[in-house]
Design a protein around this ligand. Sequence first.
Ligand code: NAD
Ligand code: DAU
Length: 370
Amino acid sequence: MRRLLVTGGAGFIGANFCHHWCAAHPEDRIVVLDALTYAGNLASIAPLIEAGKLRFVRGDIGERAQVATLLAEESLGTIVNFAAESHVDRSLEDPAQFLRTNVLGTQALLDAARTAWGAEAHRRGCRFHHVSTDEVYGSLAPGAAAFTESTPYAPNSPYAASKAAADHLVRAWAHSFGLSVTISNCSNNYGPFQFPEKLLPLCILNILEGRPLPIYGDGLQVRDWLHVSDHCRALELILTRSAPGETWNIGGSTQEPNLAVVGTVCDLVDHAFAAEPALAARFPRSAPAQGRSARSLIEHVRDRPGHDRRYAVDSGKIARLLGFRAATPLQAGLGATVRWYLDNEAWWRAVASGEYRQWYARQYPGTRGT
Ligand code: NAD
Ligand code: DAU
């Protein structure tokens, strides 16, 4: 039986991970620590809390003493660190918060693990797993080989730099203090519970509300899309099978330009409306309800400053050594994601209020908010 601390478990990937882990390992103890920033949403894990499958604690990974106490009192021997500021555009607005959470927060969490686990760490098989990103490797030229675990770090945004710094801290805590760590660097995730500041949920909601779909620059930037359920399976393999000290790249082997992915989402929503007339009554402002294709909402807007042109992840190591392969084809994963947002209107209506409205108005001035 494992006893896990999942930080950031009320966020997008963390919540999906909690659902995955509770289903796959019902005997394990899970404690979620989450500060519930704008991106954290208790509703995403509420069924697990209500069913007594996990304990939720509101708190900041930067509060070292509080975290060390929690680790000790719950005897938690595994940490999966999802907690972070995760949105590149916000890091361009306010880098300081990214350094506080992603860098200093990770350092405090590492120190809390050392304090709580002490000399017992190795005997108990303790593990600190740090969830990182492919963005630490920077941007690829067209045709350049995909990122491997030995690609040099070259982060370009404040977000990517903060994640790169955190990765270095995790490595250093292993080297200097003998902490048992693993790191994974993952490509763009999509799926249920994703906050609608990220490209795909933003576009799905905007189609339903009849708002423009903002495509940065020419829209030909390439991302390596991975369904979040595949990411969770990869993390499970790492937590159960990886030796300490390893780093793992996780990608979807699905490189697509933004414009193509958004176009597919538009077509999927159009098809859903064509097959299900009740949707037009539920979403009267949507493009298909008004007799237009969702693609007609696409608008090219000012590019993101310093926008990375292309990411692609070589998942060869995790495929060879842990047997991981992304199992969700992009078209099917996008279809399921569109369906999830259609079926979970209450979730995103609650999320897309408050702070989100203000952010949206700042980000896309002159367009109608939610
Ligand atoms: P998210 O923004 O949806 O969720 C982050 C969660 O962390 C939220 O619940 C938030 O409340 C919590 N949090 C923030 N600051 C905290 C703090 N100081 N203490 C405790 N909790 C705090 O992020 P996500 O998309 O789920 O990403 C999770 C992790 O995966 C991040 O580390 C991110 O860098 C990494 N990652 C994300 C992607 C992706 O495509 N989304 C890809 C690769 C890696
Ligand atoms: O690569 C992994 C990273 O993927 C994670 O580390 C980050 O946490 C996660 O946010 C994501 O970063 P991106 O910047 O790639 O994701 P985002 O959804 O913000 O943007 C995806 C692409 O779409 C990117 O090229 C920018 C573009 N974009 C984004 C938004 C929000 C648009 O064209 N229009 C938009 O409105």
